[in-house]
Design a protein around this ligand. Structure first.
Ligand SMILES: Cc1cc2nc3c(=O)[nH]c(=O)nc-3n(C[C@H](O)[C@H](O)[C@H](O)COP(=O)(O)OP(=O)(O)OC[C@H]3O[C@@H](n4cnc5c(N)ncnc54)[C@H](O)[C@@H]3O)c2cc1C
Length: 420
């Protein structure tokens, strides 16, 4: 950046915007955050809370085309499409399938490794500065399979992780129950990843970081950004519904809502939303010690401050469609197969249901870098299934870019123009 960026506007107060704001503030910039909502009310509110150093496997893998019809024909399976939405999704799905080609998977995994390898270590200092270490845990996570054959079918993904520096330990049924005694005896095989971490309250984590920013003098504007006021290529202000906010630089971190802001800057990115759901059981009969990923049901059971959170599934229905709460409830049924001690029925007052919009690009990589039209406007959105885990590294990279320092990782795979 050729002019000194003193006043930096961060658009979006999810985990990504707040981590970026934290790193910019640490660098001594005057930082302001723009969001029409309170911090952490978007996708960052109700996710599974995993800081997955092992999440280097892209969503689209070789063979995805064979699996898609089965997934799509089951409305309560791990992946669902509202049929009325399919015409809007066709182009994205084609790119998604193409992203599953072996050579592309290898490149995407390398980029994800750079982003996620230090997931826990990059966030830890921000969490410590914000006084939130009580909800930040670094004790690993567990992946569970119903049979050794299921694990063998997923072996390609674990080999990919190993090739990209993820250390994992295979566990047999006895090993699994030693780690998590409440698991069903039907869980025949598991994997322990010690380098993973989690938060027991994703929303509180964002709130703590945001409060710390306020204490450091960062100003939060309750407004929706609508565009940018440029003098030639230079940024003068961020436009909002309430008027212009002067800024020398801006970072677009509006999650699944970032697409129109990027389009105004000449970057047409195929940003979709992969809607996900959770259900939280208050005072559950069993709380695992670690987050447990059910590889069959494609959901995560995470020990949270509020109870046991079951979170996951993917639904394509766009930003505006109402939630289908059946998708939350199906998680409960699946979790009983994992933890037999859970009840068959819970009174509604012990349950809370949630739906959130994952911001997703078809190649499972975020968009990070400068906009086409202005070097002063940068992007940090589209983190898909790994926004919590990649927030620390994203914050560091954005701080480097704003300061004009070379980032510590290769950000070429994340450029907005890769879809042109
Ligand atoms: C069910 C589920 C489980 C998940 N589990 C995990 C997990 O275990 N680990 C993990 O790493 N990730 C997980 N994720 C993904 C993770 O939640 C997201 O990647 C992450 O929260 C995205 O953060 P974000 O800040 O980009 O977006 P958000 O948290 O959605 O924040 C975007 C913000 O931008 C604001 N905004 C929107 N439009 C504007 C505008 N025009 N102007 C200003 N502000 C605007 C919104 O109000 C919002 O506050 C999960 C997601 C889901 C749905």
């Amino acid at each position: 950046m050729s002019k000194e960026a003193n006043r930096v506007a961060v658009i979006g107060a999810g985990i990504i915007g707040i981590a970026v704001a934290s790193c910019l503030q640490r660098d001594g910039h005057e930082v302001l955050v723009i969001d029409p909502d309170e911090p952490g009310r978007g996708a960052s509110f109700g996710n599974a809370g995993l800081f997955g150093t092992s999440s280097v496997v892209p969503m689209s893998m070789p063979g995805v085309l064979r699996q898609l019809p089965g997934w799509l024909s089951d409305p309560l399976g791990p992946l669902a499409v509202r049929w009325t939405y399919l015409p809007f999704l066709a182009g994205w799905l084609a790119r998604y399938v193409a992203a599953g080609r072996p050579e592309r998977v290898e490149r995407q995994a390398r980029a994800l490794r750079d982003m996620l390898g230090r997931a826990v270590d990059t966030l830890a200092p921000l969490v410590a500065a914000a006084g939130a270490t009580a909800i930040f845990h670094r004790n690993g996570s567990l992946f569970v399979y119903r049979s050794v054959e299921d694990f063998a079918r997923d072996r390609r993904a674990w080999d990919l992780r190993a090739r990209h520096g993820v250390a994992w330990e295979a566990l047999d049924a006895a090993g699994l129950t030693r780690v998590e005694p409440g698991l069903s005896s039907n869980c025949a095989h598991g994997v322990l990843v010690r380098s993973n971490g989690h938060t027991s309250d994703p929303h509180a984590l964002v709130t703590h970081l945001a409060r710390h920013l306020v204490a450091q003098g960062v100003v939060f504007h309750r407004a929706a950004a609508t565009g940018f006021a440029l003098d030639g290529a230079r940024l003068r202000a961020v436009r909002t519904r309430q008027g212009e906010i002067d800024a020398d630089a801006a970072v677009v971190a509006a999650g699944a809502f970032s697409r129109p802001l990027a389009a105004e800057l000449g970057d047409r990115v195929p940003l979709e939303t992969e809607r996900g759901y959770h259900i939280v059981i208050r005072d559950p009969e069993i709380v695992p010690r670690l987050p447990v990923a059910d590889q069959a049901g494609k959901f995560m059971a995470t020990p949270m401050a509020a109870g046991l959170r079951l979170a996951g599934t993917v639904e394509f229905a766009g930003l505006g469609a109402p939630p289908n709460w059946q998708r939350s409830r199906i998680l409960l049924r699946q979790a009983r197969a994992l933890f037999p001690a859970l009840s068959e029925h819970y009174p509604e007052e012990r349950l809370s249901l949630w739906m959130g919009h994952r911001p997703a690009l078809p190649d499972s990589l975020p968009v990070i870098g400068r906009s086409r039209r202005s070097p002063d406007v940068l992007y940090a959105f589209g983190h898909g299934h790994v926004g919590m885990a990649s927030s620390g590294m994203t914050g560091m990279v954005l701080a480097d870019l704003v300061a004009g320092r070379p980032p510590t990782i290769d950000i070429a795979p994340f450029r907005a123009g890769r879809f042109a």
